[in-house]
Design a protein around this ligand. Structure first.
Ligand SMILES: [Cu+2]
Length: 116
């Protein structure tokens, strides 16, 4: 059972908790892979934001998501599987997203990470 005093303490702490949540921005992005493309072709996030990219492999071949400039990427996953890569958005600019399975980038598996 919580006493009225506990309730008052919780209410007093609430604005602080909300402020913290607002400053700890995070972006959830889903990228689908197929032969041979990523959808969407551009992902936009904000500098300093924690980014969580979920790769869904909708193709028949194995694919991955790799951001070479950030040294970040998912494992290479089979058809109908999903994988996650998390990173902190770097300074504003455009960063290449590719699939590193041989031949796939050349065939069109490229996207752009835009950091604002
Ligand atoms: Cu691929």
């Amino acid at each position: 059972m919580s006493s009225p005093r506990d309730t008052i303490a919780r209410l007093a702490a609430a604005p602080l908790a909300l402020a913290w949540a607002a400053s700890a921005a995070a972006a959830d992005v889903t990228l689908t892979a197929s032969e041979f493309a990523f959808e969407p072709g551009t992902v936009t996030v904000e500098e300093g934001e924690r980014v969580r990219v979920v790769l869904e492999n909708m193709g028949v071949l194995a694919h991955n998501v790799t951001i070479p400039a950030l040294d970040a990427g998912t494992a290479t996953i089979q058809s109908a599987k999903a994988a996650v890569v998390e990173f902190t958005a770097p300074e504003p600019g455009r960063y290449e997203i590719v699939c590193t399975v041989p031949g796939h980038e050349e065939a069109g598996m490229r996207a752009t990470l835009r950091v604002e």
